[in-house]
Ligand binder design. Structure first.
Ligand code: ATP
Ligand code: MG
Ligand code: MG
Ligand code: MG
Length: 564
């Protein structure tokens, strides 16, 4: 590609709401433009990066026998009614009617559709296992789309669904998919951790997330200093909690509830919008005698961090419970955070709807939590227990210590079991001719989020630093003085040679100042820039390595060795 012809609208200014490097640089370097909140256009450079990632995914998925399909983006609401997720998904699910007044949703994920594709088409155990995947636009009407491609409303996901006759076979595939996802991220040049995740209210047992390590990550993960163990904070807490002695008897008569075991019962009892509950793990409704308090984790709650940080004293004010009373109940106010009440209220107003009464405290077993007074809520009930795992805690699997780090969730693999196949009555005949629901796994990877994740992990103050497997172009040839005929000729010749050798190359043939072009190249982040300058007389060009910033004069013939 000739830079003089390329559509790469670079700018000096970043969008005013951009705070993350990936958002800033992808915008400034002309990869993306924003359409509306959470909606982006991918310009040529972004499109190339996306294709790179997609190719890697396709190659690795094909190796393990997964087959690519493409399902309709618009999905009939009936399927979502069948699975019961139409309510659970809540406002993230964009619904609309067609001209005949049929209700549809824009697919935020495709479990229902995929089960529908397979049911009545795969009818025998002989045709199992089956793994079908797609790379496709998804739509989730995120409450707070932000950070550019990191949390869009429209985004690209690779989503795979596997169907099995036995639980053991699902286990095998789950492990295989974990290996595939690791391979993909490794090939992309990313530093990541696979962490245990809560499997949440969707049901199922195993769940792991793939976290790209980056300071800007929205997730906190606990990692072991000695072994491979890693867990997102919720899962780490859960794992620790199972070792903690029972909480002292607390008596919150005010919060008396019947024994609630499932999300549905919970939703029913509190008359809450199940949208919120689906994101929660009712699991471990902590105090074993759940007649007292219902606590549950908030999964995927964008503002968990903020909710956690509500100042305990202020929370006490709001809820009108004195410190004494808390103590009587076996709770001590424990958690003081930097957030002011207004902000807390804002979080509550927007996220927790009618939740206004809060209680915050920590019991003697060091269960810090903050929650919402359930008895007074009409629509939402939130409890998030927090801080159960601390840095320095001993790892559950060895004597190493846990430390916290930040991660970007780029992938999520999940043993679904029969939740969807049962709900949608998708069955096969087993060896004995008996009808059985498919045992399923689901695997998702955020392709567009990965574009941002690469930049989050690989950038400096001047711009993006693409890894070799993700770079939109591997080499940028820069003719430093466009009026110098010899330089132009050498540049053109090298451009042709590299193209012939299938190296993805850009020729910066613009009549601009050298300094300007160099800044531009750094902003875009080509792994290598070859500067054709004065040293050409001596048969030398300069190679600039974007990652190391090393500049070296080399002979033109050596270029191939350097860049491959
Ligand atoms: P998050 O916790 O960040 O909201 P999620 O757990 O809701 O993500 P999944 O349902 O597990 O997401 O979807 C699979 C993958 O799709 C995620 O691991 C992530 O990489 C990607 N993804 C999810 N939501 C978005 C989004 N709004 N924008 C970009 N990528 C996303
Ligand atoms: Mg998540
Ligand atoms: Mg989400
Ligand atoms: Mg997830």
């Amino acid at each position: 590609m000739r830079r003089s012809k390329a559509f790469i609208p670079t700018t000096k200014e970043a969008p005013s709401d951009a705070t993350l490097p990936s958002h800033i640089f992808l915008s400034r370097a002309g990869f993306i433009t924003q359409v509306a909140a959470g909606l982006y256009n991918y310009l040529p450079l972004a499109k190339r990066v996306i294709k790179k990632i997609e190719n890697i995914i396709n190659e690795e998925m094909t190796k393990v026998g997964a087959q690519e399909v493409e399902l309709s983006f618009v999905t009939p609401a009936e399927l979502w009614q069948e699975s019961g997720r139409i309510e659970k998904f809540g406002k993230e699910l964009l619904r609309f009617h067609d001209r005949k007044n049929n209700l549809f949703v824009l697919g935020p994920t495709h479990e229902e559709m995929m089960v529908d594709v397979v049911r009545n088409r795969v009818t025998s155990y002989k045709n199992l296992p089956l793994n079908l995947y797609q790379i496709k636009t998804k739509f989730r009407d995120e409450a707070r789309p932000r950070f550019g491609l990191m949390r869009g409303r429209e985004f690209i996901m690779q989503d795979a669904y596997s169907f099995h006759a036995t639980a053991e076979d699902l286990d095998r595939e789950f492990d295989a998919m974990e290996a595939v996802y690791k391979k993909i991220l490794t090939r992309m040049g990313l530093d990541f951790r696979v962490v245990e995740a809560d499997s949440g209210a969707i049901g199922g047992s195993g769940s792991k997330e793939l976290m790209v390590l980056a300071e800007s990550g929205e997730d906190t993960i606990a990692v072991c200093s000695k072994c491979e163990y890693g867990a997102n904070i919720e899962a780490a807490s859960r794992s620790k909690r199972s070792n903690i002695p029972e909480a002292p008897e607390a008596s919150f008569n005010k919060f008396k509830t019947p024994e609630i075991k499932t999300i549905d019962e919970l939703a029913e009892f509190f008359k809450i919008d199940p949208y919120y509950t689906v994101k929660c793990v009712a699991k471990k409704i902590i105090y074993e005698d759940a007649s007292e308090i219902v606590l549950f984790f908030v999964r995927g709650c964008d503002n968990l961090q903020e909710v956690k940080a509500i100042n305990a004293t202020e929370a006490l004010d709001i809820v009108d419970v004195t410190e004494e009373e808390l103590k009587e109940r076996g709770l001590v106010p424990g958690f003081i955070g930097p957030l002011d009440q207004d902000k807390a209220k804002h979080v509550i107003d927007s996220d927790l709807k009618d939740a206004t009464n809060l209680i915050c405290g920590a019991n003697e077993a060091d269960y810090h939590f903050i929650g919402v007074d359930l008895s007074v809520l009409s629509n939402a009930a939130y409890f998030a227990d927090i801080a159960e795992v601390n840095e320095g805690d001993i790892c559950p699997h060895c004597d190493g210590e846990l430390s916290f780090t930040k991660g970007i969730e780029v992938g999520h693999i999940f043993k679904l079991g029969t939740t969807y196949s049962k709900a949608l009555k998708a069955e096969f005949l087993d060896e004995n001719g008996k009808a059985q629901p498919f045992i399923m796994g689901t695997y998702g990877m955020g392709v567009s989020r990965l574009v941002a994740a690469v930049v989050e992990q690989h950038h400096d103050e001047n711009g993006c630093i693409w890894t070799k497997e993700t770079a939109p172009y591997m080499v940028n040839i820069m003719i430093s003085n466009i009026k110098d005929e010899a330089q132009v000729q050498a540049g053109e010749q090298l451009y042709k040679q590299l193209q012939d050798a299938n190296v993805e190359v850009m020729l910066d043939d613009r009549k601009e100042r050298f300094g300007f072009k160099m800044k531009d190249a750094e902003l875009i982040g080509f792994p290598y820039t070859i500067v054709i300058g004065k040293e050409l007389q001596n048969g030398h060009v300069q190679i600039f390595d974007r990652a190391t910033k090393e500049k070296r004069d080399i002979k033109s013939e050596e270029i191939f060795d350097k860049i491959t």
